[in-house]
Design a protein around this ligand. Structure first.
Ligand SMILES: Nc1ncnc2c1ncn2[C@@H]1O[C@H](COP(=O)(O)OP(=O)(O)OP(=O)(O)O)[C@@H](O)[C@H]1O
Length: 567
């Protein structure tokens, strides 16, 4: 018989506790009562109950996962499987244990044995189907990335968590550097969490959690993904925690971590507590089981898992009640049955709500079908009464409208610039000028009696610092053939709009033909893109700008995983 079963038979389950002083008192009173009763059966439990404060008590906890929404839908509308064939899955069954101040409890078990489900119930992010959980203190749950908002930066996640824990802005700011320093994330603290590796997420989650100073710390595999240095540092922090009387739950598939870090172990086996007791007793038993399991053939392992899962499917509230009756004394059994009935009644209330949502779903479905019917009918009438839209015109205009609607503020700005450019291109007729050796934008501008700015407006993709021989520039048609001379030393000129270079050399259009470059054969320099009136124009440089703004590519590539920083 395991510890948990002995304790379940002899104790009176607690009412749900919260963090209030009143409830703390309630828990303590019950601990005394438990120790009184437990004296008969377990000396160790009595000692613990009298020496320490009870932190967490799980009584008759079971968790049934309901049908998936898809299956529910089928069930509601009688489609597909016979609803009687669909069974609920009991991820946890009749879980009972007590954990005291300053205890580090390891939770072990094969994949799918219910470890995370149990921790989620302790964390209150999941509700139990039956039973009660008495918790005396604040709980902080650390799993890989759990509770972190992927779209926020690490720093903003720290702020968010702090705010959720009721910290003031000043308190958060005071803690900020300590948390960042512990996390070892350095500059990456200002990157979005979605760009973090699992190790980085875990580091952030751990750093936030330990600095929140919770009463109960839950670590769900979070230290299995980071580097060993960080794991060691975190373990040290955990021990400090434990010494201050805090309670820790650790889930890990790493037996040596469990051995080093925990005092007690809960061995979960397909939703049931197989063993609960001191690590030195339970861990070897679990390891013996794992070794045995690993020696089975693949087929035998599959069969074993199927059989256990079948038990989880076959479980029911009636089966739980029968277990209680079989294992409890008359009085405690009666109280336990009451607790089960109470929690089931609560879950029935939830089921009523779910019926309400089923009704809403059904109404929505009928409404959708009705609307669809009307629109199909309406579409037919429209076809009959309205002129058919042009087969050519409609498809062409529709995508352009929708794409402009979908465009971002930035792209719509570009699109506006493009439109204005298009209209200005239409207004200003242009001719092609082929750049000669020694030409500069300002030199060309001076030669044609126009400003450099005008040239840049007509050639929005032009980088004046990268002007190369043979490049084609658009110039106003109005100045075609009016070139005087281009400065010999123009190459050293800048491209300011108010450039007043006067030294010029002659250039003419014939040069373009002589050079042999045409629009078809000319290959522009890599940085140069031939101006196109269809291409969206970048922001037009201001008249005073020395050079147009060049977009700087992001130095940090969010797709590149950052190597873990180790101390
Ligand atoms: N939301 C859910 N709906 C249905 N079944 C679920 C749900 N969540 C978990 N389960 C099932 O409950 C069982 C327990 O899952 P849980 O994640 O708690 O196991 P675990 O011991 O933490 O596993 P692992 O070691 O792989 O993390 C599994 O069989 C799982 O498939």
């Amino acid at each position: 018989m395991t510890d948990h079963r002995r304790s379940r038979r002899t104790r009176k389950p607690l009412a749900k506790s919260t963090t209030s002083a009143k409830n703390t008192e309630k828990v303590d009173l019950n601990v005394a009562k438990v120790s009184e009763i437990a004296e008969v059966e377990t000396d160790q439990l009595v000692k613990q109950a009298t020496d320490k404060n009870l932190k967490v008590r799980a009584s008759l906890i079971s968790k049934k996962f309901e049908l998936s929404q898809n299956e529910k839908f089928k069930e509601v509308f009688g489609i597909g499987k016979d609803s009687r064939e669909i069974k609920d899955f009991w991820a946890l069954r009749n879980i009972n244990f007590d954990v005291y101040d300053g205890e580090a409890v390891g939770i072990v078990g094969l994949n799918g044995s219910g470890k995370s489900t149990l921790l989620n119930i302790i964390d209150k992010s999941l509700s139990a189907t039956t039973g009660e959980l008495a918790i005396n203190g604040e709980v902080s749950y650390i799993a890989i990335g759990a509770g972190l908002k992927a779209g926020l930066t690490g720093r903003d996640n720290i702020r968010l968590k702090g705010t959720m824990m009721g910290m003031t802005k000043q308190e958060i700011n005071e803690k900020m550097e300590e948390i960042i320093s512990f996390s070892e994330l350095g500059p990456f603290i200002d990157r979005q969490v979605k760009d973090y590796s699992s190790g980085m997420r875990s580091k952030l989650a751990f750093s936030i959690a330990v600095n929140q100073d919770p009463d109960i710390l839950i670590i769900d595999e979070a230290l299995s993904v980071g580097d060993s240095t960080f794991a060691a540092k975190s373990a040290k922090k955990m021990f400090e925690f434990r010494e201050r009387g805090k309670t820790i739950f650790v889930v890990s598939h790493n037996a040596s971590q469990i051995q080093k870090w925990t005092d007690k172990v809960i061995w979960l086996h397909y939703g049931e507590v197989k063993e609960y007791g001191p690590t030195k007793d339970v861990l070897p038993k679990y390891q013996t089981f794992v070794n045995w399991f690993n020696r089975l053939s693949k087929e035998q392992q599959e069969q074993y898992k199927l059989d256990r899962r079948q038990e989880q499917l076959d479980y029911s509230v009636e089966a739980l009640k029968q277990e209680v009756v079989d294992n409890s004394s008359e009085i405690l059994g009666q109280e336990s049955l009451e607790i089960i009935d109470e929690t089931i009644a609560k879950s029935k209330n939830r089921a009523k709500l779910s019926w309400l949502s089923k009704c809403i779903m059904a109404i929505c479905f009928v409404f959708m079908m009705f609307t669809l019917g009307v629109s199909v009918k309406g579409g037919g009438l429209n076809n009959a009464s309205s002129p058919k839209p042009s087969k050519i015109g409609a498809p062409k205009s529709a995508p352009s409208t929708s794409s402009s609607q979908k465009s971002t503020a930035n792209s719509s700005q570009k699109s506006t610039a493009s439109t204005s450019k298009k209209s200005s291109s239409k207004a200003i007729e242009t001719f092609d000028y082929v750049v000669q050796d020694g030409d500069t934008v300002s030199g060309i501008a001076a030669a044609y009696g126009i400003s450099s700015d005008e040239i840049l407006k007509l050639n929005p993709k032009l980088d004046p610092t990268l002007i190369t021989v043979g490049m084609t520039l658009k110039l106003p048609k109005s100045v075609e053939g009016k070139a005087s001379t281009v400065a010999d030393d123009a190459a050293s000129d800048t491209t300011t709009a108010d450039d007043t270079t006067t030294d010029t050399v002659t250039t003419d259009d014939t040069t373009q033909t002589d050079s042999g470059y045409t629009d078809d054969t000319y290959v522009p320099a890599p940085s140069y893109q031939a101006p196109s009136t269809d291409a969206p124009a970048p922001e037009v440089p201001t008249a005073s700008a020395e050079t147009p703004a060049v977009e700087t590519p992001s130095v940090e590539d969010p797709t590149v995983e950052t190597p873990e920083v180790s101390q």
